[in-house]
Write a protein that binds this ligand. Sequence first.
Ligand SMILES: *Cc1c(COP(=O)(O)O)cnc(C)c1O
Length: 388
Amino acid sequence: MLDHLARQLAARDAAHLTRRRREAATPTAPRQTVDGVPRLLFCSNDYLGLADHPAVIAALQEGAARYGAGSGGSALISGHSTPHRELEDRFAAWAAPHIPGARSLSFGTGYMANLAMVSALGIEGAEIFSERLNHASLIDGVRLSRASKQLYGSLDELRAQLAASTAPHKLIVTDAVFSMDGHLAPLPALLQLAEQHKALLLVDDAHGFGVLGPRGHGSLAHFGLRSERLVWMATLGKAAGVAGALVAAHPTVIEWLIQMARPFIFTTAAPPALSHALLTAFDLIEGPEGDARRAQLQALQQQLRTGLAPLCATRGWTLPASDTPIQPVVIGANDAAMQVAAGLEAAGLRVPAIRPPTVAAGTARLRITLCADHTAEDVDQLLSALAA
Ligand SMILES: *Cc1c(COP(=O)(O)O)cnc(C)c1O
């Protein structure tokens, strides 16, 4: 077995598919010491710059002092605590205008939340309709479920699949903001289809939560959606700057997850201090500071796109429409994308190249992500390095 694995790894390496971790020695921020070298990063998902926010750090310290380092058990045995409940209540209140009577449940990571939701709601006899661009955690949830599955790439395709389905229980699953493209799913149209076919609509708001919608309340607020068929998932390691995830849904759905979702039941609850820190992050997200940080992100997005447009035109690159901090530059060939990323790295910038199979063949790209702590000078530096 060891020889076999070594040969497989060597083959991947020969195909330039080997990935490695970089080691940061300083807090998450646009300027970080990575592998011992100072770098300007355009690759973190800490969109609002809360991971290194003094108030969030202080709340984490206070949370540890009050509630200890670890939760000591799974949520159903001994791990559930006051800050977990407070955070769930807070999220349920954000969800309530969009999901009448919403209840909420917290998870250690977004990956676990998606695995839990999709596997537990994909009951025997159900059919899951999953967008092709969905995150790996949703795909893995489908694999763990007992439901049959359909993949769709457009509303028309989904409409036809729903019309043809005879399954008594239906589940539509989608990212709200597609993580490699930055564009939004057509949530209002998806919800209309869900209503029409009595399906649940699971919305993974990993990249919309904190960034989109009034007060940063996310994609459901952005579109002004309202339905008891919505199941809303937000990750807390991205715009919220900490770690974890929350799901809000109709109380019956939440109770089902508590009773049935194995990735919820059989894992140690996250440290309560994290929930305590997240309550402060939520204050920042929905307060004036969150508004200011979102306005800064908008300004940076504008500046970046304005600067990229002529560059893309001369190089034959494309700049897909995106009104989020995820701004991909599609280069096309794998080698070309890798070369540009290596050139940026040599200039002290870190922008990852994303290649197939993560994205479609022939659409290798740079995935630029912005943070409210970036300055206009940082974006200028990226644009000059790309031009060079
Ligand atoms: C990051 C991400 C997740 C997983 O969340 P974690 O908290 O990092 O485990 C799920 N869905 C999408 C779309 C993501 O981008």
